[in-house]
Design a protein around this ligand. Sequence first.
Ligand SMILES: [Zn+2]
Length: 113
Amino acid sequence: MHEMSIAMNIIDIAIEQAKKEKADRIVEVELEIGTLAGIEFESLNFAMEISVKNTMLEKSAIHINKIQAIAECIDCGKRFKTENLFNNCQKCKSYNTKLIKGKELKVKSIVID
Ligand SMILES: [Zn+2]
């Protein structure tokens, strides 16, 4: 499962950060994940639950912020929600659009003690 390696990667980042700050405990980890990041949210939740066992994150609160994908039309400037990488503009129907949000996959913040 692709989400499992992502979960482990997130945990590594958090622990590395905590060690750098000489913290004993990680209270909270906040993630930002775009709806077009290629992540199954349910699988990631499940993967996180399993992967945190016996790590510093076992008792940490893990928040996953879902970032709604937004595309922008280059021709008319209209911004719209999207569930696909390639779309045409909802207003002028142009295919000249770009994704401006929705591919995030990052640790936004870590609260340590
Ligand atoms: Zn347009």
